[in-house]
Design a protein around this ligand. Structure first.
Ligand code: 3EB
Length: 367
């Protein structure tokens, strides 16, 4: 692992817990995410350290599992607030929530006017209410980034697609927490695995308010027409935040969508190219909003969600055409929230404002 003393917020990837727990010298370990093929893993980095266990295989690497570790400077405090496991240090909070839908009753369709109270709807609403409650209680009011992992995301129950149920519950969680649902909303990703608990993890800041960035090539997701579901997805295309002497950019999950419509159904290479055009547009828009912190495609570390693992070599080749051989890419096998989308890509970068070419994501997959 590369040592970056100056970096206030860091994300590292490692293949085994030995790799990642060993080196805690450079900062407080806020929390972790363990991606692996097996559902019901009990992987842990140590007592009290938050872990979101996501049953999603890593592609193109040995072992098919990986740790994602978030750190900040100083020593971290860990705890639990209701259903939220958390860690914080140096003005940054990491929180993780895993909620089995089995805890919620099947009331969908029974209550007049509340036809969307399905278990997934209720789980999503509770997850978001709980996240915002923990942020309030711990005094980290600024939501920076949410990651959402949802079982059977393209499945259908109670007369409505499960991703749409999730969107309704998520928006309800924002509204009940008196959060805006358009405009200044956090960056996010929402993708699927086969089965397992609804998993939401997030970062929030004590005193740094993020700037929400939209993509001029796309309709804002929070303004999608109701043909994509009764309540729009609550996320911005990217969030830019200053943390100490750093600018951190969180690019949301991005797909082959122009306007609000899917482009290139069935053509994974064209979808990858369109997705990169969207990420490039988000970067241009970021530069327009914050000309003093220019980010380039090469600065970003990418998490690539691939629906069919047989498509991975083509996606990787197309990405290396855009990004070069040293591109920082992590591939995960995931279901994407529209049936016709084959790939979704999210990205993160940080710039120390005084030294703009540092690499914060040292992990590069095997070819
Ligand atoms: C899209 O642009 C593709 O529901 O939180 C990307 C990122 C997508 C986040 C979310 C969905 C979400 O609509 C899907």
């Amino acid at each position: 692992m590369i040592d970056l003393q100056s970096s206030r917020l860091r994300c590292d990837y490692g293949h085994a817990s030995a790799d990642v727990s060993r080196d805690d010298s450079t900062g407080g370990l806020l929390g972790s995410v363990f991606f692996s093929r097996e559902e019901g893993s009990r992987a842990s980095l140590g007592a009290g350290i938050p872990v979101a266990r996501v049953p999603m295989p890593v592609l193109g690497t040995e072992g098919s599992s990986i740790w994602e570790i978030w750190r900040a400077n100083g020593s971290a405090s860990h705890g639990r607030h209701g259903i939220v496991q958390y860690g914080y240090a140096d003005g940054i909070l990491f929180g993780a929530i895993q909620l089995s839908e089995g805890h919620f009753s099947e009331s969908g369709g029974e209550v007049p006017g509340q036809t969307l109270r399905t278990p997934l709807y209720q789980a999503a609403a509770l997850a978001y209410k709980s996240a915002f409650e923990a942020m309030k209680e711990l005094q980290f009011p600024h939501a920076l980034r949410f990651w959402n992992y949802i079982a059977d995301i393209n499945g259908y129950s109670h007369g409505i697609e499960r991703y749409r149920q999730f969107n309704c519950g998520r928006q309800e969680g924002f509204l009940q927490s008196e959060r805006e649902v358009t405009g200044s909303v956090p960056a996010a990703s929402a993708v699927g695995f086969a089965s397992g608990p609804l998993t939401v993890y997030f970062l929030a800041a004590r005193d740094a308010r993020p700037v929400a960035i939209e993509n001029p090539r796309q309709v804002s997701a929070y303004l999608y027409p109701t043909s994509y579901g009764p309540r729009s997805p609550t996320f911005s295309r990217a969030g830019l935040v200053s943390v100490g002497s750093e600018r951190v950019l969180f690019v949301s999950g991005t797909a082959s969508i122009v306007g609000h419509q899917t482009c290139h159904p069935g053509d994974v290479v064209a979808q990858t190219r369109e997705t990169m055009a969207n990420i490039a547009a988000i970067l241009s828009e970021t530069c327009r909003v914050a000309p003093d912190a220019p980010f380039s495609l090469a600065d970003l570390s990418y998490k690539v969600y691939v629906r069919d693992q047989n498509d991975m070599p083509q996606i990787a080749a197309e990405l290396r055409r855009h990004l070069g051989r040293n591109a920082k890419l992590l591939f995960l096998k995931a279901d994407i929230c529209r049936q016709d989308l084959l790939v979704e890509i999210e990205a993160t970068a940080s710039h120390a404002l005084d030294s703009p070419d540092q690499t914060h994501f040292p992990w590069v997959p095997h070819e």
